[in-house]
Design a binder for this molecule. Structure first.
Ligand SMILES: CC(C)(COP(=O)(O)OP(=O)(O)OC[C@H]1O[C@@H](n2cnc3c(N)ncnc32)[C@H](O)[C@@H]1OP(=O)(O)O)[C@@H](O)C(=O)NCCC(=O)NCCSC(=O)C[C@H](O)C(=O)O
Ligand SMILES: [Mg+2]
Length: 282
C-alpha cells in the first residue's frame, strides 16, 4: 500500500512547540524545516533541537527534513546531521535542486536516507526529467514561491504562470514513479482559496499539498482523498468489469461510460489509497 501524502505540513525546526504539537495533528507527512522558515541566527540551534525532537514518536506520519543548500554556510552541517538520522527520518529534502549533480553532492554525505527535491528554480523545471530519474530520489516538492520569485511572475488564483512548471515536474515524477507534492498556499486564513488550489493540484495528478499552518490540514486531507461516491463507483466498475470478463467481453459499461482494464487499474488504486488513509488514521 502506498503511503498517503495528502497533507504535508512545514514546521520550522526552531519552533519546539509546533514540533511537539505536530505529533497529534492530522498531517500525513511533516517537513521539519531548517531552511527558509528558520532565521540565520537560529540555524544551529534548530538543527540540534530537531535531532532531539525526532527521538519522539510521530506515529505513521512521514518525517522529512528540509536542509539548507550545500552552497550555504549551514548546508554541510545539516547534511552531516541527517546522515545520523537513519530510522528517525524518512527522507531528506534538498532545496533549489537544479540538476542531478545537486543530488549527487548530498547523496555522497547521506548514504542511507531517500532524497527528495524541492523543484523551485527555472533550471530545475527544465531538468525535471533528469532529476526525477536520479536513483536516490523518492519525491519532489514544488516550491512555487521561489519559482515565482525567479521567473518574476504574479500570483493569480488560476496559477497561470505556474502551470508549465507544475506540469513539467508532474510528468517527470510520474514517468519515474515517485511522489510529487504541490506547493504551498500562502494566505493560510483563506479557506476558499486553499480549497481551489488543492482541487486544482489534485485534478492535475499531485499526490498532496504542502501546507504552512495546521488550519489548512482538513481542507487538503479532504481534497486529496477519494470521496464515498468515488469509492462506490470504483467498486461498481471493478464488479462490472469482472462480470464482463467472465462473459468473455473486454469492456463493461457503468453509468453510461465504458470501463476497460485501465479504468479498473485506476479504480483499484483508489481503493488502495482509501485503505492507506484509513490505516494511517487508525
Ligand atoms: C505562518 C505562521 C508564522 C503563523 O504562526 P502563528 O501566528 O503562531 O499561528 P497561530 O497562532 O495561528 O498558531 C496556532 C497554533 O498552531 C501552531 N502552529 C502554527 N503553525 C504551525 C505549523 N506550521 N506546524 C505546527 N503547528 C503550528 C502554533 O504553534 C499554535 O499552537 P498553540 O500554541 O498550541 O496554540 C506559522 O504557521 C508558521 O511558521 N508556519 C510555517 C512557515 C514555514 O514553514 N515556512 C517555510 C515553508 S514554505 C516554503 O518555504 C515553500 C517553498 O520553499 C517555496 O519556495 O514555495
Ligand atoms: Mg523555496
Amino acid at each position: 500500500m502506498a503511503r498517503p501524502y495528502r497533507s504535508v505540513l512545514y514546521i520550522p525546526a526552531a519552533n519546539a512547540r509546533a514540533m511537539e504539537k505536530a505529533r497529534g495533528l492530522a498531517a500525513d507527512a511533516i517537513i521539519f524545516d531548517l531552511e527558509d522558515a528558520v532565521s540565520p541566527a537560529e540555524k544551529p540551534f534548530a538543527r540540534d533541537q530537531l535531532a532531539a525532537a525526532l527521538q519522539n514518536d510521530y506515529g505513521g506520519r512521514a518525517r522529512i527534513v528540509r536542509i539548507n543548500g550545500l552552497d550555504t554556510e549551514w548546508g554541510q552541517a545539516d547534511a552531516e546531521a541527517c546522515a545520523a538520522l537513519t530510522g528517525l527520518a524518512d527522507a531528506v529534502l534538498i532545496p533549489k535542486v537544479s540538476s542531478p549533480a545537486d543530488l549527487d553532492r548530498v547523496a555522497a554525505i547521506i548514504p542511507d536516507l531517500p532524497l527528495w527535491a524541492m523543484m523551485e528554480t527555472a533550471q530545475g523545471m527544465l531538468n525535471a526529467g533528469a532529476i526525477a530519474a536520479h536513483p536516490r530520489l523518492g519525491g519532489m516538492v514544488m516550491g512555487t514561491n521561489d519559482l515565482a520569485k525567479e521567473i518574476n511572475s504574479r500570483f493569480r488564483p488560476d496559477r497561470l504562470a505556474m502551470l508549465t512548471g507544475l506540469g513539467l515536474c508532474l510528468l517527470a515524477a510520474k514517468a519515474h514513479g515517485i511522489t510529487i507534492i504541490d506547493g504551498v498556499f500562502n494566505a493560510f486564513k483563506d479557506e476558499d482559496g486553499l480549497r481551489f488550489e488543492c482541487e486544482q493540484g489534485r485534478d492535475m495528478g499531485f499526490d498532496g499539498k504542502t501546507l504552512i499552518h495546521p488550519a489548512q490540514l482538513e481542507i487538503a486531507n479532504a481534497a486529496f482523498a477519494p470521496t464515498e461516491d468515488e469509492l462506490g463507483l470504483a467498486r461498481r466498475q471493478i464488479e462490472a468489469f469482472e462480470a464482463a470478463t467472465a462473459e468473455g467481453k473486454g469492456v463493461a459499461v457503468v453509468d453510461g461510460r465504458i470501463v476497460e482494464n485501465l479504468h479498473v487499474a485506476t479504480a483499484r488504486k483508489m481503493l488502495e489509497q482509501a485503505q492507506a488513509i484509513a490505516a494511517l488514521a487508525s
